[in-house]
Design a protein around this ligand. Structure first.
Ligand SMILES: N[C@@H](CCC(=O)N[C@@H](CS)C(=O)NCC(=O)O)C(=O)O
Length: 218
C-alpha cells in the first residue's frame, strides 16, 4: 500500500490538483491519488473532514497532513531534497520560490477569466484587459528564465517547482487559443510534452464528461 494519499478533485478542471500531483511525482513520493469530487453534500462533508480549508489538493503522509499546494511542495522538498525541484544555486532558488509564490498568490484575472479546462477548446477567445496583463507578466517570467537559465524548463534542463506552478497556465494557452510566440511558445510546448503532463492529460481526457456548473474558476 502506498505511503501517502493525495486527495484531488477533477483532473480536467482542478489546476491546484494538477500542481499538487506534479510536485508529488517530481519528489518521487510513493502515493496513491484519491479523487474526491466536490459536488454532492456527502463528498463535501468528507472533504471538510480531510481538509480544513475545504480545498484540494491535500496530502496525507503517515500522520502528516498538508492541505495547500505550496505547503505540500515545501514539505516534499524537506523530506526529498534530493529530488531537486528547487534549484541548487541560492540565487536561482530564491527566483524559483518567488515565481511559485507569485503564481500561488496572484494571477486572479487569468485564473477567473480562463479557468483550466483541459478538454475544452475556445478558438478566438476574447481576452479582457485584466487577464491580458497577467498573460504579459507570464511572458516576462518565461523570457527572463529562459534567457538566464537556458531552458527548456524555467530553471534549466529539469523541471522545477516553478514549472509545476506554471503548467496549468500553459494548458490555458491551448484551451483559450492564447497567441504566444518565441520563448513562451517554446516553453508551452516543453510543458505540454513533459511526460508527467502527458500522463495527467491522458487521465484527464478519460474522466467522465464535464458537469456544466463546474465550468468556472475551480
Ligand atoms: N491555495 C490553495 C488553492 C486550492 C484550491 O483553490 N483548490 C480548488 C480546486 S483547484 C478547490 O479545492 N476548490 C473547492 C472545491 O473544489 O470544492 C492551494 O494552493 O492548494
Amino acid at each position: 500500500m502506498p505511503a501517502a494519499t493525495l486527495t484531488i478533485s477533477s483532473r480536467n478542471y482542478s489546476s491546484w490538483s494538477l500542481r499538487g500531483w506534479l510536485v508529488c511525482r517530481m519528489a518521487g513520493l510513493d502515493f496513491e491519488t484519491e479523487l474526491l469530487s466536490g459536488n454532492d453534500a456527502s463528498t463535501r462533508a468528507e472533504l471538510l473532514h480531510l481538509s480544513p480549508s475545504f480545498l484540494v489538493p491535500r496530502l496525507c503522509h503517515g500522520e502528516i497532513v498538508v492541505w495547500d499546494t505550496l505547503a505540500i511542495a515545501q514539505y516534499l522538498n524537506e523530506i526529498r531534497p534530493e529530488a531537486g525541484f528547487l534549484p541548487k544555486d541560492a540565487v536561482a532558488r530564491a527566483h524559483c520560490r518567488s515565481i511559485a509564490g507569485e503564481m500561488h498568490g496572484g494571477f486572479i484575472n487569468l485564473r477567473s477569466a480562463l479557468p483550466m479546462n483541459l478538454k475544452a477548446r475556445h478558438t478566438g477567445f476574447k481576452i479582457f484587459n485584466g487577464a491580458r496583463g497577467d498573460i504579459d507578466r507570464i511572458v516576462t517570467i518565461v523570457d527572463e528564465c529562459l534567457s538566464r537559465y537556458s531552458g527548456p524548463y524555467l530553471f534549466g534542463e529539469t523541471p522545477s517547482l516553478a514549472d509545476a506552478m506554471l503548467a496549468p497556465v500553459c494548458t490555458r494557452f491551448v484551451t483559450y487559443d492564447v497567441p504566444v510566440s518565441g520563448a513562451t511558445a517554446a516553453y508551452r510546448d516543453t510543458i505540454l510534452a513533459w511526460p508527467l503532463m502527458q500522463e495527467w492529460l491522458d487521465s484527464a481526457l478519460a474522466e467522465p464528461d464535464e458537469i456544466e456548473e463546474l465550468d468556472m474558476e475551480f
